[in-house]
Design a protein around this ligand. Structure first.
Ligand SMILES: CC(C)(COP(=O)(O)OP(=O)(O)OC[C@H]1O[C@@H](n2cnc3c(N)ncnc32)[C@H](O)[C@@H]1OP(=O)(O)O)[C@@H](O)C(=O)NCCC(=O)NCCS
Length: 132
């Protein structure tokens, strides 16, 4: 399942930019929480939760299969992940949103912080939500 999730992330997030994942990047995920939406045995959406400290958890690598975007899967996955984070005691969700996805996170209750910056060749914004 994890290999399929990495393949989905590669297809949605990295290959369109001409990028891949290094073995070091994959190895560094060992302690992260991987949240997956499946149809049968196949992942259709996924994200990672990365504990930063006892209060803060960072959401990253949010990817929905291009054939299934716009169906509410991304917002359901984010809401489910917030529940998981809350249950594990985290109170503060942070993320680096691609500029093209900022409105998606605003709709999910996130606020944008500070100036745009570049990551993986694209403009991003830092965003956050307090989990109450
Ligand atoms: C961005 C992404 C995660 C959204 O997931 P999704 O399943 O397509 O989104 P949903 O169907 O749950 O949409 C929820 C709401 O956000 C809106 N929305 C979704 N993607 C949006 C976008 N890129 N820009 C603006 N609004 C968006 C939807 O219109 C919907 O609004 P509504 O509630 O008023 O109908 C998904 O489209 C995706 O994987 N995109 C490519 C990779 C990417 O950009 N990932 C995020 C990296 S930070």
């Amino acid at each position: 399942m994890y290999a399929q999730v990495v393949a989905l992330r590669l297809r949605v997030l990295r290959a369109p930019l001409g990028l891949g994942f290094t073995p070091e990047e994959i190895a560094a995920e060992a302690g992260d929480i991987c949240v997956v939406a499946c149809e049968g045995e196949s992942p259709v959406a996924c994200l990672l939760l990365v504990p930063v400290n006892s209060e803060e958890v960072r959401m990253r690598q949010v990817a929905v299969d291009p054939d299934r975007q716009g169906e509410g899967i991304g917002s359901s996955l984010v809401a489910f992940s917030e529940r998981i984070a809350r249950e594990r005691g985290f109170r503060h969700m942070t993320l680096h949103a691609r500029e093209t996805a900022v409105r998606f996170y605003l709709k999910a209750g996130y606020e944008s912080l500070g100036e745009p910056f570049e990551e993986v060749t694209l403009p991003h914004r830092k965003m956050q939500k307090w989990l109450i």
